[in-house]
Every structure is written in C-alpha cells, then in structure tokens.
Design a protein around this ligand. Structure first.
Ligand SMILES: [Cu+2]
Length: 71
C-alpha cells in the first residue's frame, strides 16, 4: 500500500499508522510512504493512527478478475 502524504495534512495525530494485525507501526513522512504487508486471505483489516483516534479499513478480496476490468 502506498500512502501519499501532503505536508499540510500531516499532524502529530496522523503521523504514524498502525496496522496491528500485521504488527505494523510506521511513521508517515511527506511524499509517498510504502507500507508492506501480505494478507493471506480475504479480510477487512483495520488501520488506525498511533493514538487510535483515526480509524479506517482495507478490504482484501480474492478476485483476480477485479483488476482486469480496466485492460
Ligand atoms: Cu490520533
């Protein structure tokens, strides 16, 4: 996953992403931040800011055809 961060949006709250399911704790910097993890099955993965205030999810799907639609 690549998170692009604009300097104006970076705060003391959102400057570190936590994906506890994959033991990821990564500081975010201005520009592109590459966050690597390998889901092994379909899942909804929660990620948060380091303070657990901001929360969202990543949906992992097992559907190769999904990406072929634009070809
Ligand atoms: Cu926060």
């Amino acid at each position: 996953m690549i998170i692009h961060v604009d300097k104006k949006n970076l705060t003391g709250c959102n400057n570190e992403i936590i994906i506890s399911e994959f033991d990821i704790k990564q500081e975010l910097k201005e520009g592109d931040n590459i966050i690597e993890f390998t889901p092994k099955e379909e899942a909804t993965i929660t990620y948060t800011c380091w303070m657990n205030m901001i929360k969202n999810t990543i949906k992992v799907i097992d559907n190769q055809d999904y990406f072929k639609g634009s070809e």
